[in-house]
Design a protein around this ligand. Structure first.
Ligand SMILES: [Zn+2]
Ligand SMILES: [Zn+2]
Length: 302
C-alpha cells in the first residue's frame, strides 16, 4: 500500500512569489491527512485537486502563523460547502481558543463539529485507525512544536493463487484463509496459512519534522523511517542565524536523516533569501545522498 505526500508549501514565514507556506497532504490507508495549514492552503488544495471534504484529520505542528494561518479560512470553506462530517484538529495548546474566538466573534455557527485534540507530549499516539498510527515527535523550536510520524500497520497476508490451486482449496474457504486461518480438508489434513499465502507488503512510514533546530533527541523516534521531511530554512553560511532562530540548515537535516538511517529525505521551509534550491541539495547530498527538495505540487510516494 503506497503512502503519498503532496507538498502544498515549501517556503518559510516571509511570503515569496514562488513558494507557499508549509502544508502537506498525506494519503495513507483510507485517509487524507492535512499537515500544517499555512496561509493560502485552501487555494493550494484546489489547485492540486484535493477533495477538501475528504480530509477528516488535520495536524498542526505549532502556532507560528506560517503553519496555521490558513486554517480558519479552510474551515470556513468547508462550512460554506455544507460539510456535515466532524473534523478532528490535532495541535498545540491554544489552537482551539484561537479558532473558536474567530468564529464566535463573527457570529458563525459551523455546519460541522470540530474536535480539538491537544498535543502536549512527544512520543504519544495521537491518531489511530485500522491502517495507520500517528505519533507526535519532539522538536526544538522557540515555542512548543511537534512533528508527526505516520506508520502504516502491517496488512493481512496475501492469498497465493497458485498455491490455492495446487492444494485444491475450495472457494468458500478463501475468505477465512485471507484473514489468517489455516485450512483443514475434509479428510482432516491441515494446511498451514503460511503455505497458502505470501507476506503482505512491508508497511511504510513517514515523518514530518516541522520547524526545529538541530535536535538529536528526535533521532530515536524516527529510526529507519522510509521518508523523512525535515525543515532546512538556511544554508551553512547562515548557521548562526539558524541557531538563533531555532531553525536548521540543509546539512543539519541531512545529518539527522543519516543518523536516523532514514531511506529518503525531503528538505523544506526554505528562507525566501535564496533564489533557488540548488545550494540546499548540494549541501544536503554531501552528507546524505537520498535528499530531495520540497516543491509546490510535487508528490513523494513511499
Ligand atoms: Zn515556520
Ligand atoms: Zn516556527
Amino acid at each position: 500500500m503506497a503512502l503519498e505526500v503532496l507538498i502544498l508549501g515549501s517556503g518559510s514565514a516571509l511570503p515569496a512569489l514562488s513558494a507557499n507556506q508549509t502544508s502537506q497532504v498525506i494519503s495513507c490507508g483510507n485517509q487524507l491527512f492535512l499537515v500544517d495549514c499555512g496561509e493560502g492552503t485552501q487555494v493550494q488544495l484546489r489547485k492540486n485537486k484535493v477533495k477538501i471534504q475528504n480530509i477528516n484529520q488535520v495536524f498542526i505542528s505549532h502556532l507560528h502563523g506560517d503553519h496555521f494561518f490558513g486554517l480558519v479560512g479552510l474551515l470556513s470553506t468547508m462550512h460554506l460547502l455544507g460539510r456535515r462530517a466532524e473534523l478532528t484538529i490535532h495541535g498545540p495548546k491554544g489552537l482551539a481558543e484561537i479558532v473558536e474566538i474567530q468564529f464566535r466573534n463573527a457570529g458563525s455557527h459551523l455546519s460541522f463539529q470540530m474536535i480539538f485534540n491537544t498535543v502536549e507530549k512527544a512520543g504519544e499516539v495521537i491518531y489511530e485507525d485500522a491502517k495507520v498510527v500517528v505519533t507526535s515527535l519532539p522538536l526544538k523550536h522557540r515555542i512548543p512544536c511537534f512533528g508527526f510520524h505516520f506508520q502504516e500497520k502491517k496488512g493481512l497476508r496475501k492469498l497465493d493463487g497458485q498455491k490455492l490451486l495446487e492444494y485444491n482449496i475450495p472457494v468458500y474457504a478463501r475468505k477465512s484463509i485471507s484473514e489468517g486461518e489455516d485450512f483443514r480438508s475434509e479428510d482432516g489434513v491441515l494446511i498451514k496459512n503460511a503455505q497458502l499465502t505470501n507476506d503482505p507488503p512491508k508497511p511504510t512510514s513517514y515523518a514530518f519534522c516541522s520547524d526545529t533546530a538541530y535536535y538529536e533527541k528526535l533521532i530515536p523516534f524516527i529510526e529507519e523511517v522510509d521518508l523523512l521531511y525535515h525543515e532546512a530554512t538556511f544554508l551553512e553560511s547562515e548557521r548562526e542565524r539558524a541557531k538563533k532562530t531555532f531553525h536548521s540548515t540543509a546539512k543539519d537535516a541531512a545529518t539527522i536523516a543519516l543518523k536516523a538511517n532514514a531511506k529518503h529525505l525531503i528538505l523544506g521551509h526554505f528562507s525566501n533569501r535564496y533564489k533557488n534550491k540548488d545550494g540546499f541539495l548540494q549541501e544536503a547530498r554531501m552528507v546524505f545522498k537520498q535528499a530531495n527538495v520540497a516543491e509546490e505540487g510535487k508528490v513523494f510516494t513511499v
